[in-house]
Design a protein around this ligand. Structure first.
Ligand SMILES: [Zn+2]
Length: 680
């Protein structure tokens, strides 16, 4: 029985988004979900996003992370299109998934033909033998499922009734896309299973902007988000089971989420932080609305109009619901944790929605009543601090000084969170967003200290707030600097491969055997714990290991030195004081013909590396070097005499006062001359 289109136009769907009118659902959708209690992709599903209200959401989860829309369908001309948030749904036999797929394929078969095809030749993940169970069930209904090889043309589609393009990882050509679109318009049925999160990999240049499936789905106004769906109440072998189906699934867009939030805030008024404490259902609705914005701000393409809509809508919400979103005071992390999380969540989504100009950021920090130090971080460094406005001034100042001291590779840093200052997160609420961001701890400076070094060298206790910050910034340097520089990435991978599972092959050897081969993403950040506590002590570890016949730790020390020299012959050597403040001493390096560091010198340090014909380190010598090498040229020479002459005069404690008499004078010139030629 066909659905009455006229009645459908007045069907009012009321749900957690307030009201949303479904203007004319396509006929027959009820048959798609008939008898279906649950579907599962047998994997980590991703969510989909609907650009237009032509789409009808058909499957989502009633629990777990949000947003959870995983299937939707629409009429397009005389044809139909369906989009799925995991290609695994097409081949899964868990719960009622096979039944759902059979019914969906039936619904897509508008022309009631007997020829279904799956595209091939575009690196599709779903093709061939994997489709045999679906092919068999279609065959039972008289429909044949076969391959449609590239290139896809109007001619090739002529006799096809349903086409599956199953998570293509190489581009469809423009003419293929046009052929498919026109074919759907005149009565074809198209199934688009994809998986946004699996494609995304910034280090390989893969983003939502260039997902091959996206160009095709964009023709119909839908796309894949890069958010994954997990934590549902029902699972199959750990995979989410979707249990909410048409017509009970709500249409969720940036616009509907913003509209719901505006309405909910005006009803709740200023007492909302207290109200939320006792109302779990209301918290979930707020989280659901904000997580939809979060997902959209993280993974809609940069030119998507809903980004602009979100930026404007959130700023207006921050204004109209000012008492909830202003950031001038911390909220009690035990009594008002939901309100604390939602506030920072909202600001993160606003921050990620667009790349703002300075005037817009200035305006926003005023609307949000940012505290001065946090406003400065955002305005001047473009770093949003998500800390429930709770970190102490000296903690925020330490972030500033770290960013000052470690400029290298941090330009992509967008946000720093301190989740432990926000209390327990409401279910499903996150603070994550666009790359790159880190999470630190909120321990007061000086409260916790930890030795960063193994037993071979004297202990060096570092403040943990500062060490965690250094470690996390190390992750950013790793992800945005090293991983995106093919040469450095290859070097890093080589270092981990050579060091293998044996912990004594690593500078940071206090972890369990195999830790870095299993967690290679921790390799560089972990060295940073030592590197920022004391570059010199880190070298001590490397040399102690070399003495015990292990070269890899020294290679790792030279690698991080290479990273911080950024191709030049200069780098900073860091030391952290007991309250975590970093200072840096300039060091210089000399390289061999292969570009490897063969010598490093700084005040009080002259390191020389000896390699054999194969390039392997066979020895290293560390001396204090000459204090008279004032220009760090590696040699005491006329340059150093000139420096002393230029600094003539009273000068207590300065490095040119070589004899320490409080004056830079001829005595110091004599000191330089006595060491003339040292360091050659
Ligand atoms: Zn880490």
């Amino acid at each position: 029985m066909r659905f009455n289109r006229f009645l459908a136009t007045v069907l009012l769907v009321v749900g957690p988004w307030g009201s949303d009118i479904a203007w004319g659902d396509p006929p027959g959708l009820a048959a798609v979900v008939e008898g279906v209690q649950g579907i599962c992709s047998d994997g980590l599903s991703g969510s989909i996003y609907l650009d237009t209200t032509d789409w009808v959401p058909i499957a989502a989860a009633s629990s777990g992370s949000m947003p959870s829309l995983v299937a939707a369908a629409r009429q397009y001309g005389s044809g139909r299109v369906a989009i799925l948030g995991h290609d695994g749904l097409v081949i899964s036999s868990s719960v009622d998934t096979a039944r759902f797929m059979r019914q969906l394929m039936g619904w897509l078969n508008v022309s009631a033909g007997n020829q279904a095809r799956y595209s091939s030749g575009h690196a599709e993940w779903i093709r061939g033998t994997g489709l045999q169970p679906l092919a068999a069930s279609l065959q039972a209904g008289g429909v044949t499922l076969q391959s449609l090889p590239a290139p896809i043309t109007a001619e090739g589609l002529r006799s096809v009734s349903v086409l599956i393009v199953g998570n293509a990882w190489s581009d469809l050509s423009q003419s293929e896309i046009v052929a498919i679109r026109d074919w759907v318009w005149s009565g074809g049925g198209l199934l688009l299973p994809g998986l946004g999160w699996s494609w995304e990999d910034p280090s390989r240049g893969r983003s939502v902007e260039n997902y091959p499936m996206a160009a095709l789905a964009a023709q119909f106004g839908a796309r894949w988000l890069t958010t994954a769906i997990s934590g549902t109440a029902v699972t199959v072998s750990g995979s989410a089971v979707f249990d909410r189906f048409y017509p009970a699934v709500q249409r969720v867009t940036v616009e509907s989420a913003l509209a719901w939030l505006a309405g909910a805030h005006s009803v709740a008024g200023d007492s909302l932080p207290a109200t939320l404490r006792g109302d779990a259902a209301l918290v979930r609705k707020f989280v659901e609305a904000h997580q939809l914005l979060a997902a959209a701000s993280k993974s809609l393409p940069s030119d998507h109009p809903h980004r602009q809509q979100m930026a404007v809508g959130l700023e207006s919400l921050f204004d109209s619901a000012g008492s909830f979103y202003r950031r001038d005071a911390a909220r009690d992390p035990s009594a008002q944790s939901a309100a604390a999380w939602l506030r920072d969540r909202a600001w993160r989504s606003w921050w990620d929605a667009l790349d703002y100009d300075s005037a817009t950021i200035q305006r926003a920090v005023q609307v949000g009543a940012f505290r001065a130090d946090r406003a400065q971080l955002l305005v001047e460094r473009r770093v949003l601090l998500l800390d429930n406005s709770a970190l102490a001034p000296n903690q925020v100042a330490l972030i500033e000084s770290h960013l000052d001291q470690i400029p290298w590779g941090l330009s992509g840093l967008r946000a720093i969170s301190a989740r432990d200052s926000l209390g327990t997160a409401p279910d499903g609420c996150t603070l994550d967003g666009r790359a790159y961001s880190v999470n630190i701890v909120s321990y007061p400076i000086g409260a916790v200290r930890e030795n960063q070094f193994p037993a071979e060298v004297p202990a060096s206790f570092a403040d943990v707030y500062s060490t965690v910050l250094s470690h996390e910034l190390g992750h950013i340097i790793d992800a945005s600097g090293i991983d995106r520089t093919p040469e450095l990435r290859a070097q890093k991978q080589g270092l981990i491969a050579r060091a293998g599972d044996l912990q004594s092959n690593y500078l940071r050897s206090m972890l369990s055997q195999g830790f870095f081969t299993q967690n290679p993403q921790e390799f560089f950040a972990s060295i940073c714990n030592q590197w920022f506590t004391s570059g010199s002590r880190t070298l001590d570890v490397a040399l102690a290991r070399l003495g015990a016949g292990k070269r890899e730790p020294l290679e790792q020390f030279l690698f991080i030195s290479d990273v911080f020299s950024a191709g030049s012959d200069e780098l900073p050597l860091f030391t952290a004081n007991t309250t975590g403040t970093l200072t840096s001493t300039p060091a210089r390096v000399q390289r061999d013909d292969a570009g490897r560091i063969r010598r490093m010198f700084a005040r009080g340090l002259d390191l020389r590396i000896v390699r054999d014909g194969t390039g392997a380190i066979v020895g290293a010598e560390r001396t204090a070097g000459s204090v008279a090498d004032l220009d760090l040229s590696g040699l005491v020479d006329f340059g150093d005499v000139v420096i002393v002459l230029l600094k003539f005069g009273p000068c207590a404690g300065c490095e040119t006062d070589l004899d320490g008499n409080g004056m830079v004078d001829f005595g110091d010139v004599v000191m330089v001359l006595l060491e003339f030629g040292e360091g050659a």
